[in-house]
Design a protein around this ligand. Structure first.
Ligand SMILES: [Zn+2]
Ligand SMILES: [Zn+2]
Length: 414
């Protein structure tokens, strides 16, 4: 035993001295603690704040529903086959798509999207709004950048291996909308959700593989993030035409292509910027294909019988009951019944059956006056045929569509 240990043992006068001092300090501290505060008086400085005022809700009538595709690869992505931009756009026009973002892998062109996808002479349309974007393809996963106008994508590509605070600062400077792609699958988005504006909750026609993406979305919503859910086919392969040769993945063109799923936005105008704004604000719903019914979700919060807000909107809870309305618009399959599931704060709140030409259901609930709540909708039922992508129906199964949430007491500065 060395001399230091000997000195540190109980019984050693030095140890007694140290122990005595420590006890005295403890008694002094606990005395003052007991006098000044009880355990219940603790207030967490980080506890969520119920906002005093929130920005007014935008008009429910001044706007236009636009349907689009937010994730598709053209021939500028190296693993895409027979998918020229002209082919994507002529198909999109034929099925009534209003806006599209062609999101080629930026790593396939070392970040130089501006001189590849956007510089392609076929990158133009007289009827479809073309967003500028790319799939940000990194070792930490994939995200889509969306913009109404050209931006310096090279900077986003160059910063990809930096820490999130650095990436987030560059993203902010570029003024783009960044979206987390296929968040639970291969190449899932592996960055902070603090820097994204939306999340791809429905990737490709294969609905069943999106369950975990929905779980992550509910987690992020429950954390206080007002985060838009969106769709994207992630289609890579077109149908061969003329002298084009089929590839081993050509079969996919009939199962997953533009519009599987379709993302609807309620935009204030038919412009690219209004599409991006609607996407950021969450006035968005997703349908299994361009012909499937659209899920609209509204709430009447002042009991006057008139709807005051829609999905994506955020307001202060009054402590009084709100009436909610779910509407399936567009072509519902005649003589069919749809199942409407209401999710409140991540948990199932209620299930309703709807049918008829304009299928709709109303329900009432009282969002708590203090603290956050959100409600969102999932609709299941008969699939709507999509003859241009005939094999997609079997893959999306009975999933018809989803809404974005209606929010109460979400802090806009979170
Ligand atoms: Zn990807
Ligand atoms: Zn992709």
């Amino acid at each position: 035993m060395n001399s230091f240990l000997q000195k540190s043992l109980p019984g050693n006068p030095l140890f007694k001295g140290i122990a005595g001092t420590a006890l005295a300090i403890f008694l002094a501290y606990s005395g003052s603690y007991a006098q000044s505060q009880s355990p219940s008086a603790h207030s967490n400085p980080w506890a969520p704040v119920t906002p005093e005022v929130l920005p007014p809700i935008a008009s429910l009538s001044k706007g236009v529903w636009l349907k689009g595709e937010l994730h598709v690869h053209s021939r500028h992505s190296k693993e895409s086959f027979n998918n020229s931009i002209a082919k994507i756009l002529s198909f999109s026009k034929a099925v009534g798509i209003d806006y599209i973002c062609i999101t080629d892998h930026d790593n396939h062109v070392n970040g130089d999207v501006a001189h590849n996808t956007w510089a392609d002479p076929e990158f133009k349309s007289d009827s479809i709004l073309l967003l500028y974007g790319a799939e940000w393809t990194t070792v930490r996963g994939h995200g889509n950048a969306f913009s109404a106008k050209p931006y310096d994508h090279q900077r986003l590509y160059d910063v990809r291996d930096q820490r999130d605070v650095v990436v987030g600062a560059v993203k902010k400077e570029l003024g783009i909308h960044l979206s987390a792609n296929h968040p639970s699958g291969k190449d899932h988005f592996g960055y902070s959700y603090d820097m994204v504006n939306s999340i791809e909750v429905w990737n490709s026609a294969i609905w069943s593989k999106n369950a975990k993406a929905i779980m992550i979305w509910d987690d992020m919503l429950s954390s206080g993030r007002k985060l838009t859910g969106r769709g994207g086919s992630d289609a890579h392969h077109g149908t061969p035409e003329g002298t084009e040769q089929p590839s081993k993945n050509t079969y996919q063109a009939k199962a997953n292509y533009v519009g599987t799923p379709t993302t609807w936005v309620f935009a204030t105008a038919r412009t690219s910027q209004a599409v991006i704004d609607a996407l950021t604000n969450g006035r968005v719903c997703i349908s299994s294909n361009p012909y499937a019914p659209r899920v609209e979700f509204y709430a009447d919060i002042d009991q006057d019988g008139k709807m005051d807000m829609m999905m994506g909107d955020n307001t202060k809870a009054t402590g009084k009951p709100a009436k909610f309305q779910v509407k399936l618009t567009g072509k519902t399959v005649s003589d069919s019944t749809y199942t409407v599931n209401v999710i409140k704060n991540g948990d199932k709140f209620g299930t309703y059956q709807v049918s008829g030409k304009i299928a709709s259901v109303e329900f009432t609930d009282t969002p708590q006056a203090q603290g956050r709540s959100y409600y969102r909708i999932e609709v299941q039922g008969p699939s709507t045929p999509y003859p241009q992508v005939p094999d997609s129906i079997a893959l999306s199964g009975n999933m018809v569509g989803l809404s974005n949430p209606i929010y109460f007491n979400f802090d806009p500065n979170f």
